[in-house]
Ligand binder design. Structure first.
Ligand SMILES: [Zn+2]
Ligand SMILES: [Zn+2]
Length: 271
């Protein structure tokens, strides 16, 4: 375990490069590959799944990852600006900056409804319950569209985590839309459900709307911590959602406050 923590720490120090070095955003994918390659999968059978050191290292890794994303996005924005400047000069031949910066924000027309932590992110609310077949298939459709565009997005499965369900309900308050997944939010704007997203795609408006979103590289592996499940088993209660408290009634068992009703916590690296 100590060796794993040390490896994680070493990896983190290597991953601080984005703040210091100016490299292509594609290197972010390479760093992720490297991280995935040297990560040893956690053994969920052991009870000491989350050593404090390891958890601290994960938190550090999350911060480093967020910084790397931000840096990549900033460079992306710079590139965009350069592109539009060139475009204006060549296309209209307007001198002296008339029309300079006429860079319409494709998100302008969408209502501001921002999920927690979704100011600069693509957030997709989904469900993994197959109860209503259309809902399940709609979720798969929107997920496939985003994956096809190689967009890095946060998936929040409302069937796995009740707080996500409440979050979505609060986000859609005042709308006729029932809080039924899938629902897509980009940079704090509400794009809609499957119908709206598919229509945007058919009108070739989806890609522009997502142009500032961070990209996934072609060979990017799934998250090294949760393997793409978006959740990990709670370390405090080992997923039982119950803790032992000698002072409590009901046989000394109290609900674990660290996890959701399924004994899961959102992945510290990717959720
Ligand atoms: Zn993860
Ligand atoms: Zn727990």
């Amino acid at each position: 375990m100590a060796a794993a923590a040390a490896a994680t720490t070493r990896r983190m120090s290597r991953r601080r490069w984005p703040a210091e070095r100016q490299e292509d955003a594609r290197d972010l994918g390479a760093a992720e590959d490297e991280a995935a390659a040297c990560y040893r999968r956690a053994d969920t059978g052991k009870d000491k799944l989350f050593e404090p050191d390891l958890l601290a290292a994960f938190r550090g890794a999350v911060d480093a990852y967020a910084r790397a994303l931000q840096e990549a996005k900033r460079r992306d924005d710079d590139d965009d600006d350069g592109f539009f400047l060139l475009d204006e000069e060549e296309g209209c031949g307007v001198a002296g900056g008339v029309g300079f910066g006429v860079d319409e924000d494709p998100l302008e027309g969408f209502e501001t409804r921002c999920p927690p932590g979704g100011e600069r992110a693509v957030v997709l609310y989904t469900t993994s319950l197959r109860g209503v077949r259309k809902t399940f298939e709609d979720c798969a459709t929107v997920r496939r569209l985003l994956e096809g565009l190689r967009v890095a997005f946060l998936e929040r499965d409302v069937s796995m985590h009740a707080p996500y369900r409440d979050e979505l309900r609060a986000l859609l308050v005042g709308l006729d839309d029932a809080a039924v997944p899938p629902r897509l939010f980009v940079d704090g704007r509400y794009l809609g459900g499957a119908n709206e997203v598919v229509t945007l795609h058919e009108q070739a408006r989806l890609r522009p709307v997502l142009r500032r979103a961070p990209r996934r590289g072609a060979g990017d592996a799934a998250c090294a911590v949760c393997g793409g499940a978006w959740f990990v088993v709670c370390g405090a209660c080992s997923g039982s959602h119950r803790l032992y408290d000698a002072a409590a009634a009901a046989g000394g068992r109290v609900p674990c406050t660290g996890c959701n009703e399924n004994g899961l916590v959102p992945c510290p690296l990717c959720s």
